[in-house]
Design a protein around this ligand. Structure first.
Ligand SMILES: [Zn+2]
Length: 559
């Protein structure tokens, strides 16, 4: 080990003087080898600007397959080689991703690059930790049962952020030391608007590549849908499918300047990074890497062809165009909610049900299901927690509410009390089981285990239940009575939750609903109300006290 330390100090003397964080890319060019060749930024000039960004937070919203992971690994190895006594954390979505990247990408990179190979301490060289010079490089996942990091970091890179567990990623951020050099990098292909990397980009200076046409000098931000043209094809590029692409001259697709109609001939020298919000004093930079940025690799014909090869068009937009998108058929759209609103009195003498999202401000939705399968919302209301119980009684009376479902958090005692005196009131708890159906009913036990939540409740399969409500909305079966003071707010809250794919700990993709911008209380209140409609047919015999109210006999056939 003494030899190793001496060896290090000798190497350091030669490297320290020339390199720092602002010219990491030069160090990489001189010292890194890939597949037998010296590392080159040829066709990847944009990477240099991103690598040498010394802002405290640097992000990239990127298209896939442009070598961002490769340069990010190179950055980690270079920083640990250049800097003294550094802690560098490299975080992947899962620890399996970390091990795989280390074994198949990073270790070969080290083996091929004599300078880094010399600096690596052979006694501390595994897939979780490497000592490079006097610095340490840690590899971690955000979805793993293994311990986090107990040491302080100088630098943190989070790879494929949108696939990460954000809470765990935030814990790694907290490991950054309180010193001037602390830096963080975040990059990802985007998924949903206002989510993950796109949400982070809202508090950054956002840089996009503006092109200058080689023919007419027109400057603009190129867009795949408006600026890629296929000879003899004038329809939208969105309409190109696996079936009809064979009839198109797609191999001749090209970028067209919107001003002069000619090939703008993109080149690194005719593309410039322009900040769209230069007035904002954010410390973070966010680089948007579009197909234009990587124009030498992502050619128009490649893009057209690959657009037909994804199962979902939104994935093509995320992966190949680097823009957030969701499947229209799998998302609640503003038009869905607008269409649901009707200006009419929808409540009648039918039995109704109630859903309530509990918080400092409780959100209440009252509705019913028609025999034709229409989910009719007759009333929405927000009530301060202190008035909830009283107001709930009034509403139950006014709308003849027979069944009610409330979330059990955070006011567990309140919901416990309500379910104790109202035999058709339920608390709702979400289960994480992916195979669970929409819900199961759990009755209060006579002899509960100590500490166990004991009330009449629904164990709700979160994804299955939200999917079922989505299906109602997409089938135009949701009908809502207009309430002008709440309609805009309700629409916002119905759009906050988005359906998306995430990886679980085993690396399997599954669907889940995530919160994006703003609150989602009314979405959950609507969900609880919808679940309550399913219980209406199953509750106890007539004469039972519902919501504290005696039932009238005309409803006795409804068991
Ligand atoms: Zn032009």
């Amino acid at each position: 080990m003494v030899d190793f330390a001496q060896h290090l100090s000798r190497i350091r003397a030669s490297t320290l003087s020339k390199f720092g964080l602002s010219n990491v890319s030069s160090w990489i060019e001189q010292n890194l080898f890939l597949e037998g060749k010296r590392f080159s930024f040829h066709n990847h000039e944009f990477q240099r600007r991103i690598l040498d960004d010394t802002s405290p937070v640097s992000m990239a919203v990127k298209v896939a397959q442009i070598g961002m992971s490769t340069i990010s690994y190179a950055h980690a190895l270079a920083c640990c080689s250049i800097m003294d006594h550094w802690g560098y954390g490299y975080v992947f979505p899962s620890s399996g991703d970390a091990q795989k990247a280390c074994a198949t990408r990073i270790n070969p990179m080290i083996a091929e690059s004599p300078e880094i190979k010399r600096l690596v301490n052979p006694d501390l060289d595994n897939t979780e930790l490497k000592q490079i010079g006097s610095s340490f490089l840690y590899f971690r996942g955000t979805k793993s049962d293994t311990a986090g990091l107990s040491i302080s970091l100088d630098f943190l890179t989070v790879d494929e952020y949108d696939r990460c567990d954000f809470d765990t990623a935030a814990q790694y951020v907290s490991r950054l030391q309180h010193k001037d050099t602390k830096m963080r990098r975040l990059f990802s292909t985007p998924t949903l608007a206002n989510y993950g990397i796109m949400k982070e980009s809202q508090t950054a200076k956002r840089w996009r590549q503006v092109a200058t046409c080689a023919c007419c000098s027109h400057k603009w931000l190129p867009d795949y849908f408006s600026d890629v043209k296929i000879p003899d094809y004038s329809n939208s590029l969105r309409e190109i499918t696996k079936q009809n692409i064979k009839d198109l001259n797609w191999t001749q697709a090209q970028w067209i300047c919107p001003k002069c109609g000619k090939d703008p001939k993109f080149h690194d020298t005719t593309l410039e990074w322009v900040c769209e919000n230069p007035e904002d004093n954010y410390q973070a930079n966010c680089w948007f890497i579009s197909p234009v940025t990587a124009h030498a690799i992502l050619t128009p014909s490649y893009l057209v062809n690959v657009s037909t090869q994804f199962n979902r068009y939104s994935e093509f937009m995320n992966q190949s165009l680097g823009i957030p998108a969701e499947e229209e058929g799998e998302a609640i759209l503003p038009s869905d909610i607008q269409r649901a609103y009707v200006q009419a009195e929808l409540s009648d003498s039918s039995l109704h049900v109630m859903g309530a999202d509990i918080g400092q401000l409780c959100h209440i939705v009252i509705g019913r299901m028609t025999h034709g399968g229409q989910f009719i919302v007759v009333h929405r209301e927000r009530v301060p927690l202190a008035n909830f119980e009283e107001r709930r009684r009034q509403l139950c009376s006014a709308y003849r509410v027979r069944v009610s479902v409330h979330d059990t958090q955070p006011e567990t005692h309140l919901i416990q009390r309500i379910t104790d005196y109202d035999p058709n009131a339920y608390g709702a708890i979400f289960t994480t089981s992916k195979s669970a159906g929409m819900f199961t009913v759990v009755n209060k036990e006579e002899d509960p285990e100590e500490g166990k939540l004991n009330m009449r409740r629904l164990n709700v399969g979160r994804t299955a239940a939200l999917d079922a409500l989505l299906a109602v909305v997409k089938a135009n079966s949701l009908i809502i009575q207009r309430q002008s003071d709440l309609d805009d707010l309700y629409e916002q809250q119905m759009l906050s939750l988005k359906r998306t794919q995430v990886f679980d700990k085993q690396g399997e993709l599954y669907y889940t609903w995530v919160k994006t911008d703003g609150e989602d209380h009314f979405h959950f209140a609507t969900l609880y109300c919808y679940l309550a409609t399913h219980l209406l047919g199953t509750v106890n015999s007539p004469g039972a006290i519902a919501a504290g109210l005696p039932l009238v006999s005309t409803f006795k056939n409804r068991t």
